[in-house]
Structure formats: C-alpha cells, structure tokens
Design a protein around this ligand. Structure first.
Ligand code: B12
Ligand code: SF4
Length: 630
C-alpha cells in the first residue's frame, strides 16, 4: 500500500510538473528516481496496479488542467464583501451597494503584420498588475462636493486582464460594469513605449463603449507631447507618476484617480509632485489566477529599490526612476515572502531592481532571503546588477551574501565589449578588461552570468555581431540577451538622437529593441546591416556547440536555470520573438491592428520631447551624479 501511494505520488508529481511547471526538471527527475526505486522494491504486478492508479491520476489532472486553461481567460474577481452568501428572502428589499469596478490591463504590442503578440503562457508576470492591485483599496469613501452631503462608502472590485496571454474581451469588461450603482474604469498599466500603440487601440475600443480609461507606466512617465495628444484623442487620462506618489496638492495619487473614476470625472492628467519614498509602500498582491498564465507559475517579481545613480545614456531608470535610489524596508519582505510561498507556492523571486548593487539595503534584503532559506524555504532569486558589483572588499562580501541568499542568476549590464562604444553610451563604469574576472567571481559562487548587449551604436562596425558573441563566450557569459539600440523616450539618447535627426521611426510599436533598427548615424552601419549583425549575434552565441560549456562552470539549480534559459532563448529567437518578450505557444486572435496610419504621426519631428522633460539637458544638469569607480 505504501508503495502504491509512493508510485502514484511520483507519477502524479511528474505529471503535475510537466503540465504546470515544465522548468522544474530537477523535481521531475527526483520524482522519476522515486518511481524507479519503487519499481525495484515492489515487483512488476504491483507496479502495473500503481501505474494504472498513476494514469488515472494523470488523466484527472490533465482534464482538470484543461478546465483551468478554459477558465483562465475569465478575469479574476474577488468576492464582493457585501454580497450575502444566501439568496435574500422574498419581499425584503436589499439595497445594492455602490461599486467601482477597476480593470488592470497590461497591453501587449503588435507583430509587424499587425497581429497582437499573444501567447498561451507568458514568460514573466507584469509587476504593475500585482503592485497596483496592492495599492487599490477595497473600499473608498466619497468626498462630498456640497455641504451637508454625507460621505458614501464605495466597494472597489479589482479585476485583471493580461493582454499578452488573454483575449481582450471588451464585452466582458462592459458587462462587469453594468448595473445600478456600478461604475467602472480601465487602467492600462505598466505601458512600455512599444506597447503604447496597442494601448491606444484598446482605449479606442473602450471609448466606443463609453468606458473611461487611465493609462500609466514608463512610456507615460516620459511625458512626450505627442503621446499626450494621442491620449486626448481617445479620451485617455494619463497617470504621470508612480502609483504610490502624491499629487502637487498633497493628495494621494491613486485615491484621487479612484474618486474621479467613481464620479465619472477623470482629469486629462494626474501628475505626481515627485518620486515618492517607498520604504513602507504596499508589497505586491499576487493573484493566483494571474500566476496560472505564466510559464513558471511559482515565480514572482518584487522591487526592493527604484532608480540608479549611473549615467548610461540609453536608459530611463535614472532619468525617470531617479538617481537617488529609493528602497523598501527589507523587514516587511520577510513576512511577504513567507506568505507568498505558503499561499501561492512562490519559490523563485525575480528582484526587478535595475541595479540591485546600488541599493543601500541590498545586504539586508539578502539577509532576509538567507534567513528564510535557513528556515527551510527553498527560495531562489535572480538579480540585475552593474559590472562594478564584485569589485573590492564590499564586492566580495556582496557576492558571498548573494550565494547565501540563494541567488542563482545574475543579469549584468555589459552592453558592449568595445571601450569606444561604451564611451558613446556614457557608460564609464564598464571596463571590458575586467569582465572575465567579474564573470569568474559569479561562477565561483555558482551563479549563472547572463548579460544584456546592445547592437547598432554609431561606433559599431560590420562583423560586430559574431565578434562580440565570440568574445562574450570566451569571457564565460552563460546566456546573452542582445538588443537593437533604441532611443527610449525619457532617456538622454532620445533627446540627443532626436535633436540630431537620427530617429527615423514614428511608430512607437517598433521601439521594442528587436524587430527593427531605425537609428541612422552618418558613416555608421545601415539599419539593414544592424539587423544582420543582430541576427548573427544570436546565431553565433546560441550555436549548439556552446551548450556543454555550461556544465563546466555551474551545477545544481544554476545549471538547470542556465540550460532552461539557453533553450528558451533559442526557441524565442526561432519564433521571431525577443527572448525577454516571448511566451509559450501562440494565442490566436482575429483582431489586427487596422489603423496603421491613424495613430502614427506623419513626421518624426512630431515625436519631439519636452525641452525640460526627463533626460533633457535642462534636467540632466540638476540630476546627474557620477558614482563610478574608474
Ligand atoms: C522586469 C522588467 C522587464 C521584464 C518583465 C516586463 C513586464 N512585462 O513586466 C522583462 C525581462 C520581460 C522585460 C522586457 C523588456 N523590457 Co523591461 N523592464 C523591467 C523592469 C526592470 C522592471 C519592471 C517592473 O516590474 N517595474 C515595477 C512596476 C511596478 O513599475 P511600473 O510598471 O513602472 O508601474 C509603476 C508606475 O509606472 C505606475 N503605473 C504603471 N501603470 C500605471 C497605471 C495607472 C493607472 C497608474 C495610476 C499608475 C501606473 O505605478 C506603478 C507602481 O509605482 C523595468 C525597469 C523598472 N525599474 O521599472 C524595465 C523596463 C520597463 N523595460 C524596458 C524595456 C525597453 C524592455 C524591453 C523592450 C527590452 C529591454 N530593453 O529590456 C523588453 C520588452 C518586453 C516587453 N514588451 O514587456 C524599459 C521600458 C522603457 C520604455 N519606455 O519602453 C524599462 C523601463 C527599462 C529601461 N531600460 O529603461 N522587462
Ligand atoms: S547601470 Fe543599468 S540601471 Fe543604471 S543607468 Fe545604467 S543601464 Fe540604467
């Protein structure tokens, strides 16, 4: 009997892992060896019975999973706290509570043929959804506009829609807002520049149904006049700031938006007074059904700090997130992480801080993770750091602390192996002659070294793709993500290149650092040549002959993660996606971006940034801080 249970558990576990968590190969392997041990102990007859039981369980699980997949496209709805459990007795009139329905929608972008880029499973959860879910209260109290009017309590019901992995069903959104005393608002959130055109189209669909829309995220915070004009056309209200911030008049950003949404009186824009402190900001509220849309449902994202003091000209983190790094209180993270593990099975946390090594609280955060591991929680972490993170005594202490904390992967901002190109990027902290030692240090701590690499700078010359891939391989980089140089609105590059007339693309959908090169520099490579270099970089780096080397430098979880990522990158590139923006399979949709001309300015000059906007020379003089070891 014990063997029966053991075998079906092993088969069940294996089936479950294959269905819901294909990357947990290690546990799958353990389940298989458990099964093999069982077979050798119990003889063939009982094994046949056990396999039957296992097959039954697998069958049940498979159909359970199909059911879940069908449900997956239905939005998550929290139970209305005022909704009675029992149906009301006849003849008793129940006053329907007032309710504001808030849809958190993360827009995808379009493929070049106009098809929305949608997958059956998404690679990483969108932080903005879980973060805003935490910031939106369950109830708001109206502020009376006239004397003697009583404040009223409004229930706030939050739903989500991940446009990258779910159909955008405007009728379902509209139905959720139907009814007496019910109002609704769609919050388009976490919008990157390449998602802005899709966001406009979604807003257009909402506008046709009279559903109010508020939009926010890095693209909105870049504060471009053209985006503000486009927003006006579709009646979009803009949230130019962080959800945790305050408006100029001192009122909380989010409260004001919710109040105005209830009163059906949204303003054209909400502008934060300054980047807020986040010490005690709410931690993300993870939604179980949302996690089910992910390839790895056991991974969560968490920001422990915001901003970066370094000067890289292509990046918007320092210009929009700020050069003074703001941190969360690490103590609050311990309970949060424990809770996420217990409630949602979160075993991997991607710390999304763009430069975790510049967070003043990095050691405290790592201690929290190490303590949890000491308690027996199998939590692992991925981090992103600069190339100075391992330097000196402090660097040595940092890498040790990372290993103790269960960090198994680090993303390094390498960007180029050529000092002239790095100079052009205003990245003085990067020294290619130090890269090899730095990578070795991470490997010595059994941490896989992944890096970002940018192609298409004016200093790049033909052959740069293959040449750079070979150099990175020799230096020991395990997995490399290449990007086509793109002027992100809000960055110093955006101002610089626009001013110089190098920007040749008016469709923001193409600003995904992958589908198209459009920056042209006099004497530099043509956009076609840049795309050729980009393709050759991936071809060279991910040649099968390079795969076995991973096992020479890593082991355990880091090795499994490196192999998983390696194959993932190959799969995504073969599919024509960027590995950072791909997913499992394709979610078919009939919708095609129709208004190729409507939303695209006729002249790139219309893309001009504000003279005092983020990344502008006017602001750079005030904000720039050099904190670089040269
Ligand atoms: C994690 C991450 C990823 C992940 C996951 C992305 C995802 N879908 O969530 C991966 C690795 C997949 C990824 C890929 C890419 N990313 Co990325 N990514 C990040 C990173 C490091 C963290 C994002 C995050 O979780 N932030 C935390 C959340 C809570 O912040 P938020 O979304 O901005 O939301 C806050 C506010 O903006 C505001 N807000 C947002 N929406 C709304 C809506 C309303 C109504 C309100 C009131 C408020 C509000 O409130 C929130 C809480 O404060 C950011 C940099 C950063 N620090 O933000 C870059 C960043 C977002 N990525 C960027 C880019 C360019 C990309 C890529 C195109 C290529 C690349 N260079 O990496 C690809 C494209 C993939 C894609 N299209 O999604 C840029 C975007 C800049 C831009 N203008 O487009 C950023 C800003 C980094 C940078 N280099 O400057 N990325
Ligand atoms: S080090 Fe990274 S996060 Fe900091 S400015 Fe440079 S690219 Fe941006």
């Amino acid at each position: 009997m014990a063997n029966n249970t053991l075998t079906s558990r092993a088969i069940g576990t294996a089936a479950e892992l294959l269905q819901t968590n294909p990357q947990s190969l290690k546990r799958f392997g353990a389940a298989i060896s458990e099964l093999a041990l069982d077979i050798s102990k119990s003889g063939i007859n009982s094994v046949v019975d056990n396999v039957k039981a296992g097959v039954q369980k697998t069958y049940d699980q498979t159909f359970g999973e199909i059911g879940r997949m069908m449900d997956r496209n239905k939005a998550y709805v929290e139970k209305d706290p005022l909704e009675p459990d029992e149906p009301p007795a006849k003849n008793i009139e129940i006053l329907k509570p007032k309710k504001l329905v808030v849809w958190l929608v993360h827009p995808t972008n379009y493929r070049q043929n106009g098809e929305p880029r949608k997958f059956k499973r998404q690679i990483l959860p969108t932080n903005a959804i879980s973060q805003l879910n935490a910031l939106i209260p369950k109830k708001i109290t109206t502020q009376p506009s006239i004397e003697n009017e009583k404040p009223e309590e409004i229930i706030v019901e939050t739903r989500f829609l991940e446009d990258t992995a779910q159909p955008f069903d405007i009728d379902e959104i509209q139905r959720s807002m139907d009814g007496e005393n019910v109002h609704g608002v769609v919050m388009l959130c976490g919008i990157q520049t390449n998602q802005w055109m899709r966001a406009l189209n979604l807003a257009e669909l909402c506008q046709q149904k009279n559903i109010p829309v508020v939009a926010g995220g890095y693209h909105v915070r870049a504060d471009l006049p053209i985006s503000q004009q486009q927003a006006k056309k579709y009646g979009i209200s803009l949230a130019i700031g962080e959800g945790e911030s305050e408006l100029e008049d001192g009122s909380p950003f989010m409260d004001k938006i919710l109040q105005d949404a209830w009163n059906q009186n949204l303003q054209p824009e909400y502008r934060q007074s300054q980047n807020p402190k986040i010490d005690n900001a709410s931690l993300p509220l993870i939604i179980e059904d949302y996690q089910e849309l992910m390839i790895n449902r056991n991974m969560a994202t968490l920001e422990t700090s915001r901003g970066c003091p370094l000067p890289c000209s292509f990046c918007t983190i320092r210009t929009i997130g700020g050069t003074d790094v703001r941190t969360r209180d690490p103590k609050s993270m311990k309970e949060w992480l424990r809770g996420q593990y217990d409630q949602h099975g979160i075993e991997t946390v991607f710390i999304t801080d763009d430069n975790f090594s510049k967070s003043k609280q990095r050691f405290e955060v790592l201690d929290v993770l190490a303590d949890l591991r000491a308690e027996g929680l199998p939590i692992g972490a991925m981090i992103q750091v600069d190339t100075m993170a391992t330097l000196g005594k402090e660097g040595a202490r940092f890498v040790d602390a990372c290993q103790k904390a269960g960090v198994y992967a680090v993303f390094l901002g390498i960007e180029s192996v050529d000092p002239a190109t790095l100079k052009g990027m205003d990245k003085p902290q990067n020294h290619p002659d130090r890269y090899k030692d730095m990578i070795q240090t991470w490997h010595d701590h059994n941490i896989l070294a992944q890096c970002g690499f940018i192609l298409g700078s004016k200093e790049d010359t033909p052959g740069v793709g293959r040449r750079s891939a070979q150099t990175l391989l020799k230096m020991g980089i395990d997995v490399a993500a290449a990007y086509v140089l793109t002027p992100l609105p809000g960055s110093v590059d955006y101002h610089k290149f626009h001013e110089a007339g190098n920007v040749k693309e008016a469709d923001f959908n193409a600003y995904d650092s992958h589908s198209k090169a459009y920056l042209e520099f006099p004497g530099g490579m043509s956009p076609e040549q840049i795309m050729k270099e980009y393709a050759e970089f991936y071809e060279e780096f991910f040649a099968l002959k390079n795969l076995p080397h991973l096992a020479e430098r890593l082991e355990g979880r880091a090795l499994i993660a490196a192999m998983r990522q390696w194959f993932w990158y190959k799969y995504a590139i073969n599919k024509g996606d960027h590995p950072m923006y791909s997913g499992w399979g394709t979610l078919e949709t009939d919708y095609r971006r129709s208004d190729f001309t409507n939303n695209i300015p006729t002249d790139v000059q219309e893309l001009a940034p504000r003279a005092d906007g983020p990344g502008s020379p006017a602001r750079e003089k005030r904000g720039r801080k050099l904190d670089v070891i040269s």
